[in-house]
Design a protein around this ligand. Structure first.
Ligand code: NOJ
Length: 490
């Protein structure tokens, strides 16, 4: 015991004296993440209703690589106990998972509760607690109940707000053990991918139009859940936030136009969702660009729905900390104004971007530039003031052919060293970092061709055996020793 206390003190002294940036301070906890549709399977078992992703992946011809679906996925619905055991053995503190709305409410409506669904999440949560970990729960990771969508109640209909609040209330009431709540995962993908370019379920293509209506409804939904939570559950201690993704941007040249373009891209991709919550109203750059383009394109008002003062106040401050998913850094340049007969998000943002080059990259082409994460969290601080930060996702993909994932180990080393540097040198208050993902899973449009896990799964194996990759040992070491050699990483 005394030894443990002394070694902790020693680690703290090393850390605070700045002698080394190799040790993680006790204030940072590690975690791993998954989401319901990507791992659970059991899509029509025990009363679960259909979600928009079931419907989308069952479409013929399939929009997904190899026609893959999440019907079975990692079969975590049946194997959750094994999963929690393996996650605990990684030595992490946080397990982030999401709730499938249609498993709890098969139609999406709150008058039709599936007790078996609630029971599943209760058991999962208790299991996580049993192993001394903290459940981090995402209420929405992209799987809207199909029935709501068919009834026209989706992210472009303001009526969704009340249904989402009703659903959230049921889940929150049932799971008082949850340690951190995340309302919506990656709002940019919900709006830009699902209602802009239409690549994600439900596949609506309305670039520059409905995707902004979606952003408006989504922010009001998030705020409504937050207010409901604070008013109706005053005794709950769990904090609540939204989890946007934010990728870092570098201007292609130091020409003012490229610098401005990089800034614009940050505001269109990240500020659009952070700013209304952390400062109030849309980012000025986004608001003025869309207003200007709307006039050029002969609309009689801006395509971006405006918040009135009451809405601004209602949304502002609805987060207890900043959550961020981060994967990649982009190289951004300015482009000429697009034609005035084409309405699109791209014409509004008016940038060109590619992945910032690097010899290291994931199987999906995401290049590795770990300094980007340090930039992102610094930017979040500069924009929105000093806030606690939880990095809710960071990860890299392989193509599933080898258990030797040295490149993943080097990716995490680089990312985590840069996070540590941000904490130590830039004084950023990061209290946790959550890796995507504990296990290979259904990677949306890429199906099972992209593997983000520390545990490998052969998706043709009916048993979905979990097989450790080399990164498992790396993580176990990291969480026990809390040490990384960062010499070449910064
Ligand atoms: C972000 C999403 O939240 C997650 O669902 C996805 O699998 C990872 N990024 C990797 O692309």
């Amino acid at each position: 015991m005394t030894w443990i206390i002394f070694s902790k003190i020693f680690i703290c002294i090393l850390f605070t004296s700045g002698v080394s940036s190799k040790y993680f301070p006790p204030s940072i906890d590690f975690g791993v993440a998954t989401s319901a549709y990507q791992i659970e399977g059991a899509w029509n078992v025990d009363g679960r209703g259909e979600s928009i992703w079931d419907n989308f992946t069952h479409t013929i011809p399939s929009p997904i690589a190899n026609g893959d679906t999440g019907d079975v996925a990692c079969d975590s619905y049946d194997k959750y106990e094994e999963d929690v055991r393996l996650i605990a053995a990684l030595g992490v503190k946080y397990y982030r998972f999401s709730i499938s709305w249609s498993r709890v409410l098969p139609t999406g409506y709150s008058n039709d509760i599936n007790l078996k669904g609630l029971e599943y999440y209760k058991n999962l949560t208790l299991q996580i607690k049993k192993f001394g970990m903290i459940p981090v729960v995402t209420l929405y990771h992209w799987d809207l109940p199909q029935r709501l969508r068919e009834d026209g109640i989706d992210w472009i209909n303001i009526d969704l707000v009340q249904h989402f609040v009703n659903y959230s209330r049921i889940v929150i009431e049932h799971l008082p053990e949850v340690g951190i709540w995340l309302t919506i995962n990656e709002p940019k993908q919900v709006c830009h991918y699902s209602y802009g370019n239409g690549r994600f379920a439900p596949g609506i293509k309305s670039s520059g139009l409905l995707e902004y209506q979606c952003a408006y409804v989504l922010l009001k939904t998030h705020a409504a859940v937050y207010h409901m939570y604070k008013e109706e559950f005053p005794n709950y201690e769990a904090k609540m936030a939204i989890a946007p993704d934010c990728q870092w941007v570098k201007p292609l040249t130091d020409k003012p136009a490229d610098i401005a373009a990089a800034y614009r891209q940050l505001e269109f991709w990240c500020g659009l969702y952070y700013q209304p919550i952390f400062s109030g109203d849309w980012p000025y750059e986004v608001k003025t660009r869309i207003a200007l383009r709307s006039i050029m394109e002969h609309y009689n008002q801006s395509r971006l729905p405006q918040f009135d003062q009451q809405e601004i106040e209602y949304i502002r401050g609805t987060s207890d900390f900043i959550a961020v998913n981060h994967y990649v850094t982009l190289l951004v340049s300015d482009v000429d104004e697009g034609p005035d007969d084409v309405t699109s998000f791209e014409n509004d943002m008016r940038t060109n971007w590619t992945f910032y080059p690097s010899v290291n990259q994931g199987a999906n082409g995401f290049t590795v530039n770990p300094w980007g994460i340090r930039k992102v969290i610094n930017w979040l601080h500069e924009q929105y003031g000093k806030q606690d930060i939880l990095i809710t996702e960071v990860g890299i993909s392989d193509n599933g052919t080898s258990l030797n994932d040295d490149f993943r180990i080097s990716f995490y080393t680089g990312m985590y060293c840069n996070i540590l540097e941000a904490v130590e040198t830039d004084n950023i208050n990061v209290f946790g970092v959550i890796a995507w993902s504990y296990i290979d899973n259904f990677e949306w449009l890429d199906g099972y061709t992209m593997h983000f896990g520390m545990y490998h799964i052969d998706f043709s194996d009916a048993d979905r055996k979990r097989v450790p990759k080399k990164s498992v040992e790396f993580f176990q070491n990291l969480t026990t020793k809390r040490y990384l050699n960062c010499e070449d990483e910064l």
